[in-house]
Design a protein around this ligand. Structure first.
Ligand code: AMP
Length: 426
C-alpha cells in the first residue's frame, strides 16, 4: 500500500491512534478554544490560499532565511514560480492590501488557522506539513498596547486549554534607525570569532548575522556570549517602545524574561520579538513565536502598514494540552440503531432522522446484521446506547434502549428516548 509522505501525518479519531498530536479530538478542542478566545478580542478569521507566488515569500520572508530555503517551490505550467506557503503572515499582508483593507479607519485584526509547508528534517514536534494558528494586527498604529493585548489574549487562550507551564521570552531587535549600525558591529565581532564557530554560524555570518545569536550548538555558546547585544544599541524610539511594552505586561501581571539574544527566523521582524516556550515539548519547545513587522507591506510593494502578530504550531499546542482538558469521547456516537428483521430497517431510518433532528448523533446498522453482531459493532464504536427496533417495537411504538455500559434495557417511546439522551448530556 502507498504510504503517506515523510514529515506529514494523518489526524485521526483517538480510537485509531495513541499519538496525542494525531488525535482529532485534541485538534478540535484547540481550534474551538482559539476561535472563541480570538472572537472575544475582536479578531476576524481569514483564509488565504495554500499556494502563492514564490516572489511573495522571497521578498517577504527573505531569500536567505532558513524558511525560504525549505520551501516547496515548483514551476507552474505557464512558467510561473509558485510555492506552498511556509507561513501565513506574508499572505495575510498581501490579502490585506489586495482587498483594500487599509481603507478601514481602525486596526484590522485577523486570525488564521491552516497548514504550512517546510521541507525540514522531521523530528518530534517538527513536520513538513504542520498547522499554524496565528493572528495579525494591521493598520497605522504601532502602539505597544497592541502587543500587550495580543499577549494577554494568548495567555487567556493557553489558560483555557489548561496549558500553564510556559515561559514568555521577549526582546527588542531594533528598527531601520538603530539596527544597521548594530549589525555592522555584530558582523565584525563574529568575524573575529569565525574559526571557533560552527558551519551554520559561518554561513549565517554571510547571509543573516542576526541569526548567529540563535545558534544552539554547545561549543559556540562561550563565543556567542561575548557578542554585542542589540539592547545596548537601541535608538530612543525603540528603547521607549520596549519599556512601554514591558510596563503594559507588568500592569497585566504577565511574567516575562528578557532574552537579549532572541531573534526571529524571518527577515521582516523589527522591534518587539517574543516567544512562548512550553516545558513539556522537548527539543522543539517553542510553542508560539511572534513580533512586529512594520515594513513588510512595503517590501511586498503595498502601502505602508504597521503590523504585529504571532504564529503557533497546532501540533505543539495539541501535545501540550493536559489530559484533564480533553474529552476524547466527543466523537463517540450517542446511539447505534440495530434493526431486527428485514422490514424494520426502512422504518428505523425514519426514527433515526427524527432523533438526529433532535440533536442526537445516530448510527444506523446499514449492513443488516443479526442483533448479537450489531451490538458487538455498537460496542466497538463505543456507542453510549443502542436502540433495538424489531416488528414488535414497530407495532407498539416503543423501542428497546440499551445502555451499552450497564447492559440495562428499557422500553421507551421516541419522545422519551430524546429526553433520556438529552438529560444524560446535561
Ligand atoms: P515560525 O513561523 O518559524 O516563527 O514558527 C512559529 C511556530 O510554528 C513555532 O513556534 C512552532 O510552534 C510552529 N512550527 C514552526 N515550524 C514547525 C514545524 N516544522 N513543525 C511543527 N511546528 C512548527
Amino acid at each position: 500500500m502507498i504510504s503517506r509522505v515523510k514529515g506529514t501525518q494523518d489526524i485521526l479519531p483517538a480510537r485509531f491512534t495513541a499519538k496525542p498530536d494525531a488525535q482529532i479530538e485534541r485538534w478540535l478542542l484547540v481550534e474551538r478554544v482559539a476561535r472563541e478566545a480570538f472572537r472575544r478580542y475582536g479578531f476576524e478569521e481569514i483564509r488565504t490560499p495554500i499556494i502563492e507566488r514564490t516572489e511573495l515569500f522571497e521578498r517577504g520572508v527573505g531569500a536567505e532565511t532558513d524558511v525560504n530555503k525549505e520551501m516547496y517551490t515548483f514551476e507552474d505550467r505557464d512558467g510561473e514560480m509558485v510555492s506552498l506557503r511556509p507561513e501565513s503572515t506574508a499572505p495575510t499582508v498581501r490579502a490585506y492590501s489586495e482587498h483594500g483593507m487599509f481603507n478601514q479607519a481602525g486596526l484590522v485584526k485577523l486570525f488564521y488557522i491552516g497548514p504550512q509547508f517546510r521541507r525540514e528534517r522531521p523530528q518530534k514536534g517538527r513536520y513538513r506539513q504542520f498547522w499554524q494558528i496565528g493572528v495579525e494586527v494591521l493598520g497605522q498604529s504601532d502602539e505597544p498596547a497592541i502587543e500587550a493585548e495580543v499577549i494577554e489574549m494568548l495567555y487567556w487562550f493557553l489558560m483555557e486549554l489548561g496549558i500553564s507551564d510556559t515561559e514568555l521570552l521577549i526582546n527588542s531587535i531594533g528598527d531601520g534607525a538603530c539596527r544597521p549600525a548594530y549589525i555592522s558591529a555584530l558582523r565584525e565581532a563574529i568575524r573575529e570569532r569565525l574559526p571557533n564557530l560552527c558551519g551554520s554560524c559561518r554561513q549565517r555570518y554571510e547571509t543573516n548575522p542576526l541569526r548567529v545569536l540563535d545558534c544552539k550548538v554547545e561549543s559556540c555558546q562561550v563565543h556567542l556570549a561575548e557578542l554585542p547585544l542589540i539592547s545596548d544599541s537601541l535608538c530612543d524610539a525603540c528603547g521607549n517602545h520596549f519599556s512601554e511594552f514591558r510596563r503594559l505586561l507588568d500592569q497585566r501581571g504577565i511574567a516575562y524574561k528578557i532574552e537579549p539574544r532572541l531573534v526571529r527566523g524571518l527577515d521582516y521582524y523589527m522591534r518587539t520579538a517574543f516567544e512562548i516556550t512550553g516545558s513539556s515539548l522537548g527539543a522543539q519547545n517553542t510553542l508560539i513565536g511572534g513580533g512586529r513587522y512594520d515594513g513588510l507591506s512595503e517590501i511586498l510593494g503595498g502601502q505602508p502598514v504597521k503590523g504585529f502578530g504571532f504564529a503557533s504550531g497546532i501540533e505543539r499546542l495539541v501535545m501540550s494540552v493536559p489530559e484533564s482538558t480533553i474529552n476524547l469521547g466527543v466523537n463517540r456516537p450517542e446511539l447505534f440503531v440495530a434493526c431486527v428483521g428485514a422490514d424494520s430497517r426502512d422504518y428505523a431510518f425514519g426514527v433515526a432522522r427524527r432523533l438526529r433532528a433532535a440533536g442526537i448523533s445516530v448510527i444506523v446498522d446499514l449492513e443488516g446484521r443479526k442483533l448479537k453482531k450489531a451490538l458487538a459493532v455498537a460496542n466497538s464504536l463505543d456507542a453510549q446506547y443502542s436502540l433495538i427496533i424489531g416488528e414488535d417495537e414497530i407495532k407498539s411504538g416503543s423501542y428497546v434502549l440499551r445502555d451499552m455500559k450497564t447492559g440495562e434495557q428499557t422500553s421507551l417511546r421516541e419522545s422519551e428516548i430524546i429526553d433520556t439522551l438529552k438529560y444524560r448530556r446535561l
